[in-house]
Design a binder for this molecule. Structure first.
Ligand code: NAP
Ligand code: MN
Length: 273
């Protein structure tokens, strides 16, 4: 008996994406694949229809699955998306012929320790730490064992190489080739004057070093005890009484399917420069 080959399709809510999803489902079934109605743990591939945001949503919803994922861009920036809606037949042909490469992308992880316990957030792009309200946020920052400074500003962003082209880039951070193995810590509106010193450019960390952040809630200075907002790939959560935040690379890897002619710097030129 032939083995059942399942492909999951994940689409955003736009009418165009739903139409592409229907077309792709028909084509995949014709080519001998099964497309389960629900997201299926036994699938061999995830196809995500939308923009980068939908790919990030799909990864989070599936908790960073250990199978390849490929994106079909339906009119967004589509930095992660390898396919266009007009290229579905060619994609199915090449997929069956195994004419593709897997781009392995590292993910970042933050562990928030509060009075109520510990919570983990994961992201392909980045983790952002900021105050829940529009006050200056004070963060005592350690790299490894070394105390760096009490940062004051809106917050900090920790980007993976793959996330360097997203929010990190808009903040003046550097574009990192994802073949490099580093975490980028980028300040968000750092206060740097004669009273306060906060780092003003991105810090690049090797993979084994992690960042420890201790929010400071002093009553007599810039901010009172206030909640911390943690954003992982655009998904935000508010935490009260945060004692410590530990950030580093996560064990999960995203396996992004690319065609053999994929080139990171060509994509950067096409989409960003
Ligand atoms: P969104 O508001 O649609 O995202 C903002 C833009 O970032 C979209 O154009 C998105 O592409 C693009 N993008 C996402 N990941 C990227 C990457 N790795 N490289 C280059 N561009 C990328 O929200 P979303 O679609 O849910 O995406 C969440 C991401 O938005 C977050 O992870 C964060 O990086 C980014 N963001 C950016 C800013 C900023 O630039 N000031 C502020 C907040 C958040 P698509 O159009 O294909 O979705
Ligand atoms: Mn988007």
């Amino acid at each position: 008996m032939d083995e059942i080959r399942k492909v999951n399709i994940f689409a955003n809510e736009e009418a165009n994406s739903r139409t592409v999803k229907k077309r792709l489902k028909t084509k995949l079934e014709k080519a001998g694949f099964t497309v389960p109605a629900e997201l299926d743990a036994g699938a061999e591939l995830i196809v995500c229809i939308g923009g980068d945001g939908s790919l990030l949503t799909a990864l989070a919803a599936l908790d960073f699955p250990d199978i390849p994922i490929v994106g079909v861009n339906t009119g967004h920036l589509g930095f992660f998306q390898e396919l266009r809606p007009g290229g579905l037949d060619e994609f199915i042909f090449r997929y069956k012929e195994k004419q593709y490469v897997i781009q392995e992308l590292k993910t970042v992880k933050a562990e928030m320790v509060t009075d109520d316990g510990a919570t983990v957030a994961k992201g392909l792009n980045e983790i952002v730490i900021r105050g829940a309200r529009s006050h200056v946020t004070q963060l005592n920052i350690f790299i490894g064992e070394s105390f760096i400074e009490t940062f004051r500003g809106d917050g900090i962003l920790v980007a993976s190489p793959a996330g360097s082209t997203a929010y990190n880039y808009a903040l003046g951070g550097s574009i990192v080739d994802p073949r490099l193995d580093l975490l980028q810590v980028t300040p968000i509106a750092p206060i740097n004057n004669s009273a306060y010193r906060s780092f003003t450019s991105s810090l690049l960390l090797p993979p084994h070093l992690s960042l420890n952040v201790f929010p400071e809630f002093s009553r007599n200075t810039l901010n009172k005890d206030e909640d911390i907002l943690i954003t992982a790939d655009g998904a935000e959560r508010t935490f009260s009484h945060v004692r410590q935040i530990h950030i580093g690379f996560s064990a999960e890897r995203v396996q992004l399917l690319r065609f053999a002619h994929y080139d990171f710097w060509n994509k950067v030129k096409e989409k960003l420069l």
